[in-house]
Design a protein around this ligand. Structure first.
Ligand code: HEC
Ligand code: HEC
Ligand code: HEC
Ligand code: HEC
Length: 169
């Protein structure tokens, strides 16, 4: 066999052995037990701390708001999209009277103009709703700086929720 082929085979052999060693060292112990993934990933994720309760839980105590929301433009938005993770609140708020919730159980109320602008601010890269279609998969965009319909002259900036009910905009 020519000398250069022998060297090439030698180099390949070294790489293959290196690969097998690294493969052995780096493969997690539970890999492949159940399929082409780490079996331990399942319990690891199952034991992660929960943060969200889900809108069905919110409705148990805030049925009035669920009803309002269900017939408006925000019907499809989940409560926690706006109010943030609410599991602790949903578990413990029931033990307190109105107006007496401790700070740790209060949820965020997105009352500022910037909060609504997260979804509604005009963005040239987003598809715009066309008025001749009924496609509601897109969000109506406004220019949050100029959109202040009742006060074009004095330019007093109202909060969005002074004109729009956040639960039924
Ligand atoms: C076990 C009953 C219960 C559940 C479930 C519940 N809440 Fe409440 N929530 C309350 C009570 C009681 C208050 C206090 C009412 C008050 O102060 O007027 C409250 C107040 C609030 C407030 C106003 C807080 C403030 O700063 O004024 C928001 C927002 C809210 N809840 C959102 C939610 C969301 C979102 C969920 C679902 C993740 C939820 N709630 C689930 C009982 C509940
Ligand atoms: C588009 C964002 C948005 C969504 C979605 C939303 N909220 Fe709110 N929510 C607000 C804002 C903003 C306020 C503050 C209103 C204010 O200060 O007048 C508020 C206030 C509240 C309050 C305080 C009492 C009140 O009426 O002002 C409760 C309780 C509440 N929301 C519960 C819910 C529940 C339950 C859901 C789901 C069914 C929900 N919210 C969905 C934005 C939202
Ligand atoms: C998480 C994204 C999100 C947030 C935050 C949000 N919205 Fe919306 N909004 C939507 C979606 C989705 C619709 C339904 C599609 C549409 O009509 O544009 C909608 C619809 C609306 C509409 C009706 C538009 C129309 O079709 O005439 C108004 C008004 C509105 N939202 C106001 C607000 C206000 C005020 C806030 C802040 C309290 C807010 N939105 C926060 C997603 C959002
Ligand atoms: C002074 C009252 C007022 C304020 C403040 C206000 N809006 Fe409006 N908004 C209106 C009125 C009236 C309309 C319907 C007429 C129009 O389209 O101009 C409207 C329409 C909309 C629409 C539908 C636009 C469309 O193309 O049909 C959206 C989305 C909206 N507003 C979101 C917001 C958001 C987000 C804020 C805060 C940054 C806000 N509005 C602040 C009064 C207001």
């Amino acid at each position: 066999m020519p000398q250069h082929l022998k060297r090439l085979i030698g180099v390949f052999a070294v790489f293959i052995i290196l690969f097998l060693i690294l493969h052995y060292l780096l493969t997690p112990s539970s890999f492949g037990e159940l399929g082409h993934y780490r079996a331990k990933a399942i319990p690891e994720n199952a034991f992660k701390e929960l943060h969200y309760a889900g809108s069905e839980q919110c409705s148990k105590c805030h049925e009035d708001i669920r009803k309002d929301k269900a017939i408006g433009f925000h019907a499809k938005l989940k409560c926690e999209v706006c109010h943030g993770p609410g599991l602790k609140h949903a578990l413990y708020a029931g033990q307190f009277k109105a107006g007496q919730l401790p700070d740790s159980l209060l949820l965020y109320k997105p009352a500022e103009r910037k909060d609504c602008a997260i979804c509604h601010q005009f963005n040239a890269a987003r598809l715009k709703i066309q008025f001749d279609t009924i496609n509601t998969s897109m969000i109506h965009q406004i220019n949050a700086i100029e959109h202040n319909p009742f006060d074009k002259i004095t330019k007093v900036e109202f909060k969005c929720i002074e004109c729009h009910n956040p639960h039924q905009p």
